[in-house]
Design a protein around this ligand. Structure first.
Ligand SMILES: *[C@@H]1O[C@H](CO)[C@@H](O)[C@H](O)[C@H]1NC(C)=O
Ligand SMILES: *[C@@H]1O[C@H](CO)[C@@H](O)[C@H](O)[C@H]1NC(C)=O
Ligand SMILES: CC(=O)N[C@H]1CO[C@H](CO)[C@@H](O)[C@@H]1O
Length: 261
């Protein structure tokens, strides 16, 4: 067994678990109704007896998209339709690679890495699947080195949690907080942290998003997970499993992520 040590945001102790059942999902559920009254699919946020948490957001045209006031917009269309006499319904989709719950590969902010082929398909699945620590951080402050104390010999990939609920507004919110350069550097210096995840669309504040991305991705060791659905989850240790698409020539990919308690 690996020793588990902790990343602690010193000034801001862990919150206690929300009494609200995980999670609040204002943008889905009732609007879906396939088939007749008796034919209703069950859509869940947790699986098993509540020990598997779905931390990916549903993709809908209403969801916030980077820099957009109108959300993602239509992204799916039926190419063939049974109602039109085809043998099957078959849709096609068109999405930005950095849509909703997604990851950033090194080629996202380093042109020479992109040219050299550090695409999503080159990422180490071991980094995306393993022990994770979910940390609560203040929603309205950038995370600086001052806020992050990393104990040595930490051997778990890390998630940092922002409870901002911004993913539920259609309009892209430029006021979200993220890692400053020195905050990012502190995690990079730790060496054991290979996965950094946040719950809004980028790991660093809108005004100054690139420098922290550069710090995180330069070593090609850290994978950034963005747009996670972490609301109402208690801080603590989980097992994380993220599966991006095996895209060649893409510096990002939507992915499905779960946490197992
Ligand atoms: C069905 O066919 C009509 C007429 O060709 C077309 O306008 C419509 O877009 C088609 N719908 C789908 C879902 O394929
Ligand atoms: C976070 O940092 C950015 C870039 O320096 C700055 O524009 C923003 O106001 C900061 N946000 C907060 C909440 O301090
Ligand atoms: C399963 C599925 O997507 N069914 C769709 C097939 O296409 C018709 C339109 O022709 C839709 O109404 C169905 O929802």
């Amino acid at each position: 067994m690996k020793a588990l040590l902790f990343l602690v945001c010193l000034l801001f102790p862990f919150i206690t678990a929300s009494s609200v059942a995980y999670p609040s999902v204002p943008d889905c559920s009732s609007s879906f109704s396939d088939g007749g009254e008796d034919l209703q699919p069950l859509r869940r946020e947790t699986y098993g007896s509540g020990w598997i948490f779905d931390i990916s957001h549903r993709i809908t045209s209403e969801m916030p998209a980077w820099g957009s006031t109108d959300g993602l917009g239509p992204y799916l269309r039926l190419r063939t339709s049974m109602k039109n006499g085809s043998l099957a319904n078959s849709s096609e989709m068109k999405l930005p690679a950095h849509t909703r719950t997604h990851l950033d590969a090194p080629g996202h902010v380093f042109d020479h890495y992109f040219d050299a082929g550090f695409y999503v398909d080159s990422l180490d699945m071991k980094v995306l699947n393993g022990p994770a620590l979910l940390v609560d951080v203040p929603r309205d402050k950038n995370i600086t080195a001052f806020h992050v104390t990393v104990y040595p010999r930490m051997s778990v990939p890390k998630f940092c949690l922002f409870i901002r609920r911004l993913m539920y507004t259609k309009e892209f919110d430029t006021s979200y907080a993220g890692f400053t350069k020195d905050g990012a550097q502190r995690l990079v210096d730790n060496k054991d942290i290979k996965l950094v995840g946040v719950d809004y669309l980028a790991v660093a504040a809108y005004d100054d998003a690139i420098p922290s991305h550069l710090v995180f991705l330069e070593g090609r060791e850290i994978i950034l997970a963005e747009g996670l659905k972490l609301d109402d989850l208690p801080a603590g240790i989980y097992s994380v499993h993220c599966l991006p698409l095996r895209l060649v020539r893409a510096e990002g990919s939507p992915m499905r992520c779960i946490l197992i308690n």
